[in-house]
Ligand binder design. Structure first.
Ligand code: ATP
Length: 385
């Protein structure tokens, strides 16, 4: 079993009220010519869950979402929504998007300029042949939910970017779909509006009890909004977990590096002391290797490569040597410091490595100055190569 398989199968599968997950993606594959865009993706999403597919450009997140939507046909695997299979190539089963009962919100607002806000939102109900009084009631309710009921009669051309995106949102939820799919819906908005919309989207999702699959390459967006984050790279799921777990316990150096900033130092596993991994880190420049202890690394055998992952906020910096053991300590020289509002970021050269340390109090640090770095083993992670 590969590391990825283990990660995926160890995830608890969230259930709907009826006992099955709302969305199940089972061994999904999608190729474009020679290229594999999605490789054996497995994911179960519970009713009311907000799950984000996160990863760098080209990692396969949009293709996965488009397969759920029915906009792309997978080559292998199966997807079901609400317990009903919507695509299964081996059985030649394929339901088009309109038969899947899903709402979609994209990066481009795609609102119709020649229609009023009301008509833009009502459209989805009208094509489903809803009665007029139902159309009115549900459309106004959706507009209320996104805070646009007072603009129902305005033409869509006379709306700001944020308002247009709210129309797109109301349009996606008006017919009470089982699942809403979001493809980078906030990336065209300015930074302030984006933050405001993040909060609103989550509020709306909880209030209406929507099940959401959200695609983004913005890790802070994913961490703030999601119940669970699915980190993808190179067509494969790297890790599934709640935001705290993904940040604090990344399973490999890709996830550690992609989510926030991590100092990664390559070394060699030398053994274990209780729960802690012992790693030897060559630091170069003719200096003796540094020995550290860190959590994790249970799969790594002594003598194999291991990587130490350290968050900048978990490293203590001191002008004088601390403690009397040489363990979990580096000595280095300040490269530079950057003031970042509420904290100071300091780059420190340790042998051939460069470590980033976050300081929440002001230190008088000059480039070239010798500093001592230390960290608690429980705040350091040992990762496989
Ligand atoms: P982005 O954030 O840039 O949209 P992504 O993570 O969503 O990236 P996908 O759009 O899913 O990635 O693309 C995965 C891979 O499949 C990429 O290498 C991409 O070039 C390729 N790909 C996607 N759609 C097509 C297509 N219609 N034809 C050919 N190749 C495609």
């Amino acid at each position: 079993m590969s590391g990825t398989d283990r990660m995926q199968s160890s995830e608890p599968v969230p259930k709907t009220k009826s006992g099955t997950p709302m969305v199940v993606i089972d061994h999904l594959f999608k190729h474009f010519g020679q290229e594999t865009a999605v490789k054996d993706v497995n994911l179960a999403i519970g009713e009311g869950e907000f799950v984000t597919l996160l990863g760098p450009s080209g990692c396969g997140k949009t293709t996965t979402l488009r397969c759920v939507a029915g906009l792309e046909r997978p080559d292998g695997g199966e997807i079901s929504i609400g317990g009903q299979a919507v695509v299964a190539p081996a059985r030649e089963l394929y339901l088009p998007p309109e038969a899947r009962n899903i709402g979609m919100v994209f990066q481009s607002y795609a609102v119709w300029p020649h229609m009023t806000v009301f008509e833009n939102v009502a459209y989805g109900l009208r094509v489903r042949r809803a009665a007029n009084d139902v159309v009115k009631k549900k459309t106004m309710r959706a507009l209320e939910l996104v805070g646009l009921d007072h603009l129902a009669d305005r033409f869509a051309t006379k709306l700001s970017g944020g308002q247009r995106q709210r129309v797109a949102l109301a349009r996606a939820i008006v017919y009470e779909p089982r699942v809403v799919l979001y493809d980078e819906p906030l990336s065209n908005l300015d930074a302030k509006l984006r933050e405001q919309m993040r909060v609103e989207l989550v509020r709306l999702q909880k209030e209406v009890g929507l099940t959401a699959i959200y695609v983004t390459h913005d890790q802070s967006e994913a961490l703030v909004m999601s119940d669970r984050v699915v980190v993808m790279d190179k067509a494969v799921i790297q890790q599934i977990g709640d935001p705290r777990t993904i940040y604090a316990h990344p399973v490999n150096s890709f996830v550690a590096n992609f989510i926030g900033v991590a100092n990664l130092i390559r070394g060699k596993m030398t053994g274990r002391t209780g729960e802690l991994a012992e790693i030897e880190l060559p630091i170069g420049d003719g200096l003796a290797p540094v020995h550290v202890r860190a959590v994790g690394g249970g799969d790594i055998v002594a003598g194999q490569p291991a990587i130490l992952s350290l968050r900048p906020e978990d490293v203590q910096l001191s002008l004088t040597p601390t403690g009397d053991t040489g363990l979990n300590r580096f000595t280095g020289r300040v490269i530079d410091t950057v003031y970042l509002g509420s904290f100071l970021e300091c780059r420190v050269a340790v042998g051939q490595h460069e470590l980033i340390v976050q300081l929440d109090h002001f230190e008088q640090l000059a480039p070239g100055q010798t500093v001592h770095l230390s960290f608690a083993p429980e705040h350091a992670l040992c990762l496989a190569k």
